[in-house]
Design a protein. Structure first.
Length: 202
């Protein structure tokens, strides 16, 4: 598993992930692995996925085709992006989309978080998404990260500090989370530019 966290504060969004991979009881630390990233860029959006490492490979391959639609500007837009992707993920990537006994829809095997100039989002396997005001976390260390970020949000000055706080808590207590961390910072489109000083009159 993994721990992915997002936060936004003072006009900046931030997404971060640990770099530890686990195969059962086998731990693969970052200094052993070349392709250790759990976050990928799609246009102006940074996406971090939890679960199997194949998910990130599949997502990168799918969006490498520039003709495939991608819009992560809102929860509704994310749903439509993955609704379109679902068919191709089944036919081209052999995605197992069979629902559980009580599920009402097929699943898309992507679960994680995203950050872009429009905000911070959680991505769910039924293709829905949620947008958050302050922070969120996903993965095996999620609960530890959420608790730490809740306590420290007002005390931290930047979104990056909040993200590091969440990852530190997850790495401390979750056996499937470990540093070093990968962190990306994105200015929010809603952030107001600094006001220019009024011209002086002669």
């Amino acid at each position: 598993m993994s721990t992915i966290v997002v936060a936004q504060k003072n006009g900046v969004a931030c997404i971060g992930a640990d770099t530890l991979s686990s195969l059962g009881s086998l731990r693969q630390k970052a200094h052993h692995v070349v392709n250790k990233t759990k976050i990928s860029r799609v246009g102006d959006t940074m996406i971090g996925l939890t679960g199997t490492s194949a998910s990130l490979v599949v997502m990168n391959s799918y969006f490498a085709n520039p003709d495939r639609p991608r819009d992560f500007s809102s929860s509704d837009a994310i749903f439509e992006t993955f609704r379109h992707a679902h068919h191709w993920l089944k036919t081209e990537y052999f995605m197992a989309a069979h629902p559980e006994k009580d599920d009402e829809y097929e699943t898309t095997q992507f679960y994680g978080l995203a950050a872009n100039p429009h905000g911070i989002f959680a991505l769910y396997s039924f293709r829905s998404a949620q947008q958050f005001h302050k922070f969120w976390a996903a993965g095996s260390g999620r609960d530890y990260a959420l608790g730490a970020m809740q306590v420290m949000f007002d005390k931290c000055k930047t979104a990056e500090e909040i993200v590091r706080t969440g990852l530190d808590a997850a790495a401390e207590f979750d056996s499937a989370t470990g540093g070093p961390y990968e962190i990306h910072i994105i200015p929010l489109a809603s952030a107001k530019p600094a006001a220019r000083p009024a011209p002086r009159r002669k």
